[in-house]
Design a protein around this ligand. Sequence first.
Ligand code: ARG
Length: 272
Amino acid sequence: MKQKRKLGQIVLAVLLVLGLVFTVVACGKTESNENVTGNEEVVYKVACEPTFPPFEYKDIETDEITGFDIDLIKAIAEESGLKVEIQGLGFDALTPALQAGTIDIIASGMTIDEERSKQVDFTEPYINSGLALAVAKTNETIKSEKDLQGTKVAVQIGTTGAKKANALKEAGIVKQVKTYDTIDVLMAELAKGTVDAVINDLPVTQEFIKKGHSEIKIVGEPMDSEQYGFAVAKGKTELLQKLNDGLEKVMESGKYAELLEKYALPENAWPK
Ligand code: ARG
């Protein structure tokens, strides 16, 4: 009996020691892992929906994502000593990816608005933009927003253009809103005549017209004015600060003006 108890005590002691050793090893491991990551260079994942020229699009020759936003975020990263890598995603997947932590920065012509500001943190505005209405060149009936009664309007999913079109539908004006994943497809649908109009960001629609979609035209006045910001996950104040500081420096250094010119964006697009 006594011996049995002794054996039990030994087993318990051995188990305790094993447990202790395991804990120490495990802790040591996390610590050293953390050290390793700390020493490794952090590469910030920047994502965009790349059918939005001149802000983000695939260069047909290199197949790489390029554009005003991409050059700008790279210039900001250089100023702030950050490493970035660019990837493409669906526009409606950007905010969830940021919130899930699978990406660090959205650089995708994203308009700063109240609703989104509850989900992400925006930098200072980096460009002025706004929505425009486009129709087929041969269309003589739709001359402005007022003529959208009973029409079929195409938009990109999750955008401010989609929001505007849905509001027009709820108001009983637009008959149907057709939602597409990419801007090239919605422009192609308009060119084919499967939809009556497109609501999209003005500089982007202008770029599509300039780069070959001559069967499309912009009608009426810009539908609103918007400003784009880069977005980070809520509470990433340090990263946000670095991006804002970098943006300020890029604007001061002349690099920003250079990029406006490179992408043929007007001087009044600069939110000075
Ligand atoms: N500015 C609009 C918005 O924020 C459209 C952005 C679309 N961007 C893109 N890369 N497709 O909703």
